[in-house]
Design a protein around this ligand. Structure first.
Ligand code: ADP
Length: 284
């Protein structure tokens, strides 16, 4: 069969005009991990990936993008890519970007309606974003200064207890005694922990105490006066945090799908929404 005649382009380049993209990618360059999510026009997640950020943020975003696109079966050079997160400026392939606050709120709103508080606990920060009934941001609180109340606190505790952070939850689930860690700061907590180990305290009980400590710090950040939707790596990988928060607040906490990738998902939604508002700028 003869090749089909290329459609009239009218774009002056001699190349066929590409229609608006059907796939959207969000990349969230975080301090600990870089996440990529590929969605279609309905917001359905087709593929996602989480890789370590380490020092090469650009390389991490390229790896996350490749993995997510391959899982989605989508050619990423035909998708519209937007970025978010603290390293978003390093993602040169992105044609647009949004703040983490915007993307987390947008991602969560895709799944949960009504007035709510988004609680995101990542590697080096924790944030609480309050949304009203219409999804407008009414306030936000950010803890960036202190590792207590963030994932790096758990990373430090796991290191001190001699287990990978991925095993901390299993360790803590074998607790027998309820202990409290009194120190506020992560460094002092590590010292306190060493003292407790010397006194013969059980690692399982100390791991449980560390979870209680992180929850205490998070609860100090804001008044949780509305339904809470929780996201971030700590929520995704440490169910004891969710259980303790639920107990402390006396209300259920909603954990949406792919909680660790919520910022990346929100960035992909932002790309899609921008394309539908302004199709001629669909590729940025
Ligand atoms: P950021 O977006 O700030 O880079 P994340 O939302 O990915 O961070 O959360 C990172 C935190 O989540 C880490 O500090 C760690 O405590 C926890 N975490 C991430 N991956 C895992 C894992 N596989 N097992 C246990 N904990 C994890």
């Amino acid at each position: 069969m003869p090749p089909e005649k290329a459609p009239e382009t009218g774009n002056g380049t001699g190349m066929p005009a590409r229609g608006p993209t059907k796939h959207f990618v969000g990349i969230d360059s975080g301090s600990w991990t870089t996440k990529a999510v590929v969605i279609d026009e309905t917001g359905t997640v087709l593929g996602s990936a989480v890789v370590q950020s380490a020092a090469d943020l650009t390389g991490a975003s390229a790896r996350a993008l490749e993995q997510a696109a391959s899982r989605a079966g989508v050619a990423f050079d035909e998708a519209t890519i937007w970025a978010t997160g603290f390293g978003r400026a390093s993602i040169e392939i992105a044609s647009g970007s949004r703040t983490g606050l915007d993307c987390h709120a947008r991602g969560v709103r895709h799944y949960v309606r009504g007035a709510l508080a988004v609680l995101d606990i990542g590697g080096q920060d924790a944030k609480v974003i309050k949304l009203d009934e219409q999804g407008h941001r009414v306030s936000h609180k950010m803890n960036r200064k202190c590792a207590a109340g963030t994932g790096s606190f758990l990373d430090e505790i796991a290191l001190r207890l001699g287990v990978p952070v991925s095993d901390l939850g299993d360790l803590a689930s074998g607790y027998r005694e309820e202990l409290e860690l009194g120190s506020f700061c992560t460094v002092f907590t590590a010292t306190e922990l060493l003292g407790a180990i010397r006194q013969g305290k059980r690692p399982a009980d100390l791991a449980r105490a560390a979870y209680k400590s992180i929850v205490k710090r998070v609860l100090e950040m804001a008044q949780f006066d509305r339904p809470v939707v929780a996201t971030g790596g700590v929520i995704a990988h440490h169910p004891m945090v969710v259980a303790l928060l639920t107990e402390a607040l006396g209300r259920d906490i909603v954990v949406p799908p792919h909680p660790q990738e919520m910022g990346a998902f929100g960035a992909a939604l932002a790309a899609r929404d921008a394309a539908s508002e302004s199709p001629q700028h669909a590729r940025g």
